[in-house]
Every structure is written in structure tokens, then in C-alpha cells.
Design a protein around this ligand. Sequence first.
Ligand code: UD1
Ligand code: CA
Length: 414
Amino acid sequence: MAETAAIVLAAGVSKRMNTQLAKVLHEVCGRPMLAYVLDACREVGIKEIYVVVGFSAEQVKEQFGGADDIVWVEQTEQLGTGHAVLCCKEHLRDFNGQTLILCGDGPMIRAQTLNVLIDKHESAQSAATLATAVLDDPSGYGRIIRDSYGNMQGIVEDSDCTPAQLAIKEINPSNYLFNNKILFEALENVKPDNVKKEYYLTDAVSGIIATGHRVVAITAVSPDEAVGINSRAQLSAASKIMQQRIQRRLMENGVTIVDPDTTWIDARAQIGQDTVIEPFTYIHGQVKIGQGCRVGPFAHLRHGTVLKNDVVLGVYTEVKNSLLGDGVRARHHSYIGDALIGRNVNIGAGSITANFDGENVNRTTVGDNCYIGSGAVLIAPLELKDGSNISAGTVVSQQSVNELGGKAKTDVSE
Ligand code: UD1
Ligand code: CA
């Protein structure tokens, strides 16, 4: 690949989302939508990403602050996508390579599609190449205008289309690759002559064609990838598609998902081979599940959960920020929060960790081979030694354990 920089547009106000939060921070399967766009750039090997921010810029920078391949560019007034790109001029005016432009509100684009775009751009030696999509319902998107030979003539925004143009099904998903020098020259000539009175990046494409340069449009983007998120309805539609991708990847890796439609798994979750996820299971946040586990139905796993191998979690079991060792069983109605649970521990129906004392969240440590009877309340901070045996219905505090010589034996079985 020739030297390539990327610009990601993420400054827009997003009236249609009706939100106080920057649009690109809204989550798709647990990750802000901008994260997916940045990943796609990285996956195709781009080392320098200019992210244009404006509305709620500080929030966005804070979330992605640690990344050293990002250069933040401020667009103080949101005057349109063309203006947003022009804000990168001070960084890119002398750059002789090619520039990929993506939108922060288009998180569905995949690296493999960007590679098709890059290959086409380089083989056609064009000044600009667009990856387009053909949609049954193209409404809302810019339409691709071609002449009778199929040559690209320009892009017309939905709000500026004639009735005939509205019927065009080929749309612009905003995945472009430009010769950088030609792009910035063309942007200088863009005028806000449109319904919205904005400086459109799409007009730069028409400008490049008008000056006689070659512009190519390749229909490489699937309808799934073309979804741009302008509204809450599109946010949930995109999340649904992303969820299918996540589940498909997990199934290919050897995970059984009994009922994909009633299961929700965070993009950050890792799940090992031969684990079975039963229906109505909700996994949110960074969660790591080992091999041969059985999770659900109706299980809720939250951020920071680690299940080692052969763990069984049943109905209405919630786990948060806890590590459960090999072979732990918590089959019914448990809450395990901020706990370290050893190997082969049985947690009876309805047993919980009382991890919050009203002020602080406290940890519970349970050794290997412990038996926790039904309905036990483990009051944190608490440490139970290996082999502890807690009888059903017991309320266990550290003090009560200490009085028993450190090893909890509230049951008489020994
Ligand atoms: C844009 C395209 C349209 C395309 C669609 C694909 C233009 C003029 N139109 O329309 O052809 O079909 O995307 O989803 O480019 N932004 C800024 N600064 C601004 C304005 C926008 O950074 O001043 C950012 C937004 O945050 C957003 C992206 O640019 O991430 C696209 O802007 P948006 O207003 O959503 O454009 P669309 O109307 O969706
Ligand atoms: Ca958009």
C-alpha cells in the first residue's frame, strides 16, 4: 500500500439522535461506534489517523486519549463534511500520499472492504475512489450519479435530489480514498450551494471529476456495512447487525449459542471452545469465559468477569468483576460481585455476596473446594479458606469466621 493517512469525521452535532453525548460515543454492542472505525483503519495498516472532533470534543478525546496513532483536529463550527476535512489542512497540506476518509458514524465498515477500495484505487490510478453500496431503500443517503457508460459523475445529497435522482439505489456510504494533494485543492473550491448551506465533501468529488481527473466508484460495500447512524433507530439496527457478526465469529471459534436471537454478547467478550451459551443470556463489558462452560439461561455477566474452564452458571445468576475458578457451579439465582472464587466451589441457590456496605465495594475471597449452601449471604470483606463449608441460610461475616478459627464450619458435617 502506498503511504496512506486516514481522516475520520466525528465533529457533527447530531440533531437527529437527540442527545447530549457526542454521537460517536454512543455504543454499538458495548463499544463506542468510533472505536470500530479506528480499528478498521488500523487493520488495513494505517498508522496515522486524523480524527476531526467538535461537538463534545473533550468527551471523545478522553475516551480515546491513550491512542498514539490519533491526531485530534478541532472543527469549532460544524459547517459540513468538506469543511471538516479542510480542518486537517495544516497537518496534511504537504503530504504526498493518499488519504482515506471515513465517517465516525459508520461503524459497520470492515477492513476487508477497505482493502478492496485501496486495491482498486491503486490499480486504477485514480484521483479519488469511492466504495459504494446498492440499497433497496436508499433514502437519506447521497446518491451516486453515473453517465450512460457507468462513469461516475458526482454525488447528490438526498435533500438536493430531483425525483428521478431519488430513485437511484446506489449510495455513498462515505468510504473514500483520495490522492491527498488533489483532495485539498478541490476542497478549496467547494461552495455551500445546497439546501443545508454546508460545505460538502461530496462536492469535492464532483469538483475533481470536473477538472478532468479520474474518479472511480466501486460497489464494494454490502448493505450491512453501509448503515450510517443518524438516529436511535439506526443505532439499534446497526447494533443488531454487529451482534450477528460477533456471534458468528464466536460460533466459528467453537462456541455454541443455542438461541442467537435472545442472546446478547458484548464485542469485547472472549469465549472459549465448547462453551454453551443458553438463551436469554446477557454479557456486557470485558468478560472472559474459558472452555467447556455452560452459561444461562437468563445469566447476566458484567464487566470484569472471568470464568475459568468448566464453570456452570444457571438461571438468574449475575456475576460482576469476579474470577471463578475451574468447575465452579452457581446454578440458580446467585449474585457474585467483586469476588475471587477458587476451584470446584459449589454456590447454592440464592446465595450472594453482599459486596456493598453503603459506602464501599468490598471483596470476597473463597478458597478451593468450598461448599456454600443455599441462601447464604457472604458479607464482604470476607475470606473463606479452602474447603470451607457454609450451611444453607447462613449469614457469614469475617468476624463469625474468625471466631471459628479462620475456617468457616458453620455446618456440622466434619
Ligand atoms: C453523509 C454524506 C452522504 C452519505 C452519508 C453516509 C456528505 C455531504 N454527505 O451524509 O453522501 O450518504 O454521509 O452515511 O458528506 N461531520 C463533521 N463536521 C461537520 C459535519 C459532519 O465532522 O461539519 C461528521 C459527522 O459527525 C458524521 C459525518 O461527518 O460522522 C457525516 O456527517 P452527517 O451529517 O452524518 O452526514 P450525512 O447526512 O449522513
Ligand atoms: Ca451520517
